[in-house]
Design a protein around this ligand. Structure first.
Ligand code: G6P
Length: 607
């Protein structure tokens, strides 16, 4: 979603902002803009489309040492130059970029209109520069005006502001939307996501909610408006690898990230699993071991693919550790009225660590005194910092909007957590530890099936609909498989528990409504086969995933891909890789931008 980059220092700001905006492209956006401040002159340039297009119209050779830039993912108003950021006051002296949503923008607009302010965009953001202007005209102090304007806003925001009235300062504020400040030599780089900073410095400061920062090239002052006190944040070191985010020889990030599955599993278990000694060690949970003993219920909250990983986790934790688990979409959880006891732990799963709804879910339980756990991929992200304890995924940066390797990492980590919570008591403990170590090689074997899967994908590329079915561990896989296909190929797809076929979905089946069946080995395979028989009887086409050595499915399915034999509990990982490859090949065959599907964003930082 939207991205913010700001720069103040001694170098020309424009290249830093443009590179930063490009580093944020993976989040998804539809327009981009930058305002350069040089002494009392401001040059505001905006463009619909990609950052490279903005580059082509940006006046070359600007030496302006202060600038803010933005990539916009449209929420209020279509993608257009007028709606893109930076937004300005009518005098063009105050400029603002904003991530999040100003919920009371209509009221503020009405109030400002009554004062004679004129609006030129449909955005919620445009009220902010006008509001600052309104207070600036009363007080003559930009800092005071900025804070007064912030006090009027409700909603979520990360805001960066610059003004020709104070061309040596960069202003920033956050509430429920991340902002991080890179600390350089006589320079600061502000961004909504550390990946925009990484190239320049690994030293960063994370702003907290209600923080207002005033930055010059030599100083950073942060004031927290809730406590009304100045605050000195520790400088932290970014633990991110720049190299991993490069595309290399792959045609798309999505393919590259699917191919990283074996290494993803290795990274997730490295130093944590010692099968020969029967050990699973999760350093991130060590400080809450005593509390974990009293946990009798776990509520998992997440969104999108992370939510489906959570559903796999539900099966894993209940079967292996015997602890009841409930998985909720974070967007529902945060508004739901439900009893919540202190012996319940909340487990948030998030690749980015910045998903607004998941953050809101964690905030909701802040006063309940419950244990907040996290499974997060991005070190230092908001969710990683909000939780009491957790386990990092270590999957490295994920660039493609459709999540692939993060799902693999999340399910691997959930397996480790289930084993950890079982305290070795489960009969699955030792075999699973061993199987986890064998899994990367099996994932390699699945990747070798890519060409076979591509052929099948080409056959189905013109399907309008797709049904995905599975049972038990295969059920959340079916949901995730359908999501993956929707996201990148725009084919309508639905995931269903195979046992529910007769309760509705069977009505849709005909020769033009194919089914993707997860028919890997399990005690319920015969029942899944019966569902496939019913589909065949209605002339439905079936593409099935089965387990090597079990050809029972051959005579029923139109196409079968055989996955290596593994335990039922680790099947979701191999199944997911095959499903990801299928979606990828369908989308490529259709000629779509697989890494940046239409209308979607990688990091959903608004509600
Ligand atoms: C967006 C992304 C999905 C992701 C979901 C949750 O919708 O496009 O790929 O699964 O957000 O994101 P999170 O970062 O919290 O896992």
């Amino acid at each position: 979603m939207c991205g913010i980059v700001g720069y103040i220092g001694t170098r020309p700001a424009a290249p830093v902002i443009m590179d930063g905006l490009q580093a944020l492209e993976y989040r998804g956006y539809d327009s981009a803009g930058i305002v350069l401040i040089n002494k009392n002159t401001a040059v505001n340039t905006k463009q619909v489309g990609r950052v490279v297009q903005l580059k082509t119209i940006l006046a070359a050779g600007s030496t302006a040492p202060l600038a803010i830039g933005h990539t916009r993912w449209a929420t209020h108003g279509e993608p257009s130059i007028l709606n893109s950021h930076p937004h300005a006051n009518s005098d063009k002296t105050i400029f603002v970029v904003h991530n999040g949503i100003i919920e009371n923008h209509e009221q503020l607009r009405t109030k400002l209109r009554a004062e004679g302010y004129v609006f030129i965009s449909e955005t919620d953001t445009e009220v902010v520069p006008h509001l600052i202007d309104y207070y600036f005209k009363q007080t003559g102090s930009f800092n005071t005006a900025f804070k007064a304007a912030l006090a009027d806003l409700t909603g979520a925001y990360a805001i960066a502001a610059v003004t020709t009235h104070e061309p040596d300062s960069l202003f920033a504020a956050r509430l429920s939307s991340p902002l991080v400040i890179g600390v350089g030599e006589e320079e600061y780089i502000l961004a909504s996501d550390p990946s925009a900073i990484l190239e320049h410095t690994k030293k960063v400061i994370y702003l907290d909610d209600h923080d207002v920062a005033v930055i010059t090239k030599n100083s950073l002052k942060v004031h927290n408006t809730r406590t009304d006190k100045p605050i000195e944040h520790d400088v932290e070191l970014l633990d991110l690898d720049t190299k991993k985010a490069q595309l290399g020889d792959y045609a798309h990030y999505m393919l590259k990230e699917i191919y990283e599955a074996p290494e993803t599993i290795r990274s997730a278990i490295r130093g944590r699993v010692k099968a020969s000694k029967g050990i699973v060690k999760l350093g991130g949970l060590e400080n809450v071991v005593a509390q974990l003993r009293y946990i009798d219920r776990i509520v998992i909250v997440a969104c999108g693919t992370s939510y489906y990983a959570g559903l796999v986790g539900e099966y894993l934790i209940e079967e292996i550790a015997g602890i009841p688990v409930e998985v909720q979409q974070a967007s529902e959880f945060k508004y739901r009225c439900e009893p919540f006891s202190r012996s319940t732990a909340l487990l948030a799963i998030s690749q980015s660590g910045e998903t607004a709804d998941t953050i809101a879910a964690l905030k909701k339980v802040e006063d309940y005194g419950v244990l907040k756990l996290g499974i997060v991929n991005t070190p230092g992200s908001t969710i990683a910092r909000m939780t009491d304890a957790g386990v990092y995924c270590h999957a490295g940066p994920e660039q493609a909007v459709a999540s692939t390797k993060a799902f693999i990492a999340q399910v691997t980590v959930l397996t480790l957590i289930a084993l950890h919570l079982s305290d070795g008591a489960s009969k699955l403990y030792k075999p699973l530890l061993k199987e986890l170590e064998a899994l990367p090689a099996k994932a390699e074997a699945v990747l070798k099936l890519s060409d076979d899967i591509a052929k099948i994908a080409h056959k189905y590329q013109n399907a309008r609909d797709f049904l995905y079915i599975g049972r038990q561990y295969g059920y959340p896989c079916a949901l995730e498989g359908a999501l993956k296909l929707k996201e990148v190929s725009y084919i309508h797809a639905e995931g269903y528990a195979a046992g529910e076929m007769k309760h509705g979905p069977l009505a849709m089946i005909d020769k033009d409504f194919p089914t993707f069946a997860i028919a890997t080995d399990s005690p319920l395979l015969d029942k899944t086969i019966s569902s496939i028989e019913e589909i065949r009887a209605r002339k439905g086409h079936v593409f099935a995933l089965a387990t090597e050595g079990n050809t029972a499915i051959e005579k029923l399915a139109d196409n079968v891909v055989y996955l290596p034999k593994t335990m039922e509990q680790t099947q979701p990982i191999l199944v997911a890789i095959a499903m990801q490859l299928f979606s990828y090949h369908v989308a490529v065959a259709k000629g779509f931008d697989v890494d940046r599907p239409r209308n979607l964003a990688k990091s959903v930082t608004v509600e």
